[in-house]
Design a protein around this ligand. Structure first.
Ligand code: A2P
Length: 308
């Protein structure tokens, strides 16, 4: 659980982070302060999650108990309706979180949404499709994010949900290489192409929804169960440890104290464990049966090659 990975900024990111997407109001403050009290040192937040105030309360409680700000890695994310107003959205997040800087600021998605749309966070056209601003380039958003580094309000900047297609547009125009690309990633969605691409470019991968989001059908998959039994650990531990073995950090969302604690049990999977998981993942990729839990809900083609 103490594993850390080096970012291209020189800073270290703890391998395990507490996710706060869909963390229930009334529970997330305690989840954050409890996680930090038992040794988590990485908290992942976002403006869009609508709970940064409570995440901030949890951080405050942890700091009051003696945990130092500089020992905690905090990430938050720029929302799609703020692509042209980057620093404004960052300031909103910092205020909610009660922080004067974050360790990592990510562009949440590579698409801009109508800032004056009919809904605050998810503006829609009358037909229900996303009210995007196609003429706004994500490369422009990145330029605004690069400017944040000089303000001291962010220690590092990165992206999320970037496929190779988007990174190939971004990198030639970028002065700063993103430190991180945060993507949906699990053995049912191995994302090998973007994982390999980022490795070659020095961009660290953080995996979200490692358990397959709600319901966790992966817990019952033969390959996962096989590795769990082989190693005498739970399927959840296999799914989280998978990323460690790939050199990626992983976000485990839970508001349940027992599961928050259990999710710290990461193990070093060996090559025979990884072969079982990689064969499983490759089989799904080849047969076009990868499973995306999050991307379809967005209703935008982000250019990931795996078919679901
Ligand atoms: P809860 O917060 O009640 O623990 P993902 O990270 O893939 O998005 O999955 C998060 C979901 O998995 C949440 O519903 C969370 O619920 C649940 N969860 C988190 N940790 C575990 C675990 N160790 N075992 C089973 N379910 C878990």
């Amino acid at each position: 659980a103490d594993t850390r990975f080096k970012l291209n900024t020189g800073a270290e990111i703890p391998a395990l982070g507490l996710g706060t997407w869909q963390s229930e109001a009334g529970l997330v403050k305690k989840a954050v302060s409890y996680a930090l009290s038992i040794g988590y040192r990485h908290i992942d937040a976002a403006y869009c999650y609508g709970n940064e105030d409570e995440v901030g309360e949890g951080l405050k409680e942890a700091f009051a108990s003696g945990i130092k700000r500089e020992d905690v890695f905090v990430t938050t994310k720029l929302w799609c309706t703020y692509h042209s107003r980057v620093e404004q959205n960052l300031d909103m997040s910092l205020k909610s979180l009660g922080l004067d800087y974050v360790d990592l600021y990510l562009m949440h998605w590579p698409v801009a949404m109508n800032p004056n749309g009919n809904h605050e966070k998810f503006p829609k056209h009358p037909d229900g499709s996303r009210d995007l601003v196609p003429e706004w380039k994500h490369t422009e958003t990145w330029k605004l994010m690069e400017k944040l580094l000089a303000t001291g309000k962010v220690k590092a900047i990165g992206v999320a949900n970037y496929s190779v297609r988007y990174l190939e547009q971004l990198l030639p125009t970028a002065t700063i290489i993103p430190a991180v690309n945060q993507i949906e990633n699990h053995p049912s969605l191995p994302q090998q192409e973007i994982v390999d691409y980022c490795k070659a470019k020095g961009i660290h991968i953080t995996a979200y929804s490692p358990l397959g989001s709600t319901g966790s059908p992966m817990f019952k998959e033969k390959a996962i169960v096989e590795v769990a039994e082989k190693r005498g650990i739970t399927p959840a531990s296999v799914l989280l440890s998978y990323h460690l073995a790939r050199g990626s950090s992983v976000l485990a969302k839970s508001t349940n104290p027992e599961r928050i604690k259990a999710n710290m049990d990461l193990v070093k999977l060996d090559t025979s464990d990884m072969k079982i998981l990689d064969d499983y993942a490759e089989g799904l990729t080849k047969s076009g049966k990868v499973v995306r839990y999050v991307y379809p809900a967005f209703g935008v083609d982000f250019g990931f090659p795996d078919k679901s």
